[in-house]
Write a protein of this length. Structure first.
Length: 313
């Protein structure tokens, strides 16, 4: 496992982190028993993972609860925990600045921690990203001074959002939507490197499509039921194109993660895991880097075939 710089005060972070949306109760994914969720966290730690991403709304707080239980007994000083605010543990949204502290206190209680290494806006409306026009960032700075957070940032989907946030705030973290089929965020990677912003890559497997398990006839009964039949057919054709470029014995999912890790600006990639077997497969990606030639081909594929489609999340 390779470890990369994240923020000024955090330990170096594992290039593969653990996204914990799936470990919560009724998170919108396949149900997971608490015992398995805790085991997954512990297995990740034992395998060298030290970065964990969660949020209050993942399973209405149960992701944080289970993560906290899984971290018990391990050296906190070597563990990096990122949580969010904006989407609440009751299933709603509240981006108001006067809610930040309450949200954080709830997260700390569920996680059984005294502080988190980073606290980030959870996909806020665009208007909240301008640090010159919002008092959220004064409050976040106070929370840093109090030692309850070590850094702050935002979880964002587009270059436009990321650029505004980095240019108008002192945020040290961006969690970016980035994968083979969604490469817009890469336009901000150079700026992130210049500003020493720790870049987390979310949704590296495009909600499962880059696992290679799905085709035009696939149906979804979980959070992915948002896709129309046309969306599914479009994604399926694109996956065929990706597979034709890869031409490798490695699993598609491992190549997809390796694609994200090929960028120096990326500190860690957080694939979700429904099973410990998936966790093990994702961890194997660290030993299977992709070539510069394949990286270039996948970038060209996005520019020529994917970008114009404006794929929905």
């Amino acid at each position: 496992m390779k470890y990369n710089k994240y923020t000024k005060q955090a330990p170096l972070v594992s290039e593969i982190g653990l996204g914990t949306w799936q470990i919560g109760v009724n998170s919108g994914w396949k149900p997971m028993e608490e015992k398995v969720a805790v085991q997954m966290v512990q297995k990740a730690l034992e395998s060298g993972v030290n970065f964990f991403d969660t949020a209050p709304n993942y399973g209405n707080g149960t992701s944080e609860l289970r993560l906290g239980k899984g971290l018990k007994g391990f050296d906190r000083s070597k563990i990096v925990v990122n949580t969010k605010f904006g989407h609440t543990d009751s299933g709603g949204t509240n981006y108001n600045s006067d809610y930040i502290r309450k949200s954080l206190e709830g997260s700390l209680k569920r996680l059984q921690l005294d502080y988190v290494d980073s606290l980030i806006f959870h996909n806020p409306p665009f208007k909240y990203l301008d640090g010159h026009k919002n008092d959220h960032y004064d409050i976040l700075e106070k929370l840093k001074d109090e030692g309850k957070i070590k850094a702050y940032g935002a979880s964002l989907d587009t270059y436009r959002e990321i650029k505004l946030f980095m240019e108008t705030t002192q945020g040290e973290v961006v969690e970016a939507f980035f994968n083979i089929l969604h490469q817009d965020a890469a336009r901000a990677f150079d700026l992130a490197s210049k500003r020493n912003v720790g870049m987390i890559v979310k949704i590296p497997l495009d909600s499962g499509w880059l696992s290679g398990k799905y085709d035009a006839d696939s149906t979804f009964n979980d959070i992915r039921k948002r896709w129309s039949r046309d969306d599914i057919k479009t994604r399926a054709e694109l996956i065929k194109g990706v597979k034709s470029l890869i031409k490798t014995q490695n699993k598609l999912s491992q190549t997809a993660i390796a694609f994200c890790l090929a960028y120096d600006a990326v500190a860690t990639v957080i694939p979700g895991n429904a099973t410990i077997a998936q966790l093990n497969s994702n961890l194997e990606s660290t030993s299977k880097p992709i070539s510069k030639e394949l990286l270039r081909k996948l970038e060209e594929f996005y520019q020529l075939e994917v970008k114009k489609l404006k794929l929905p999340w």
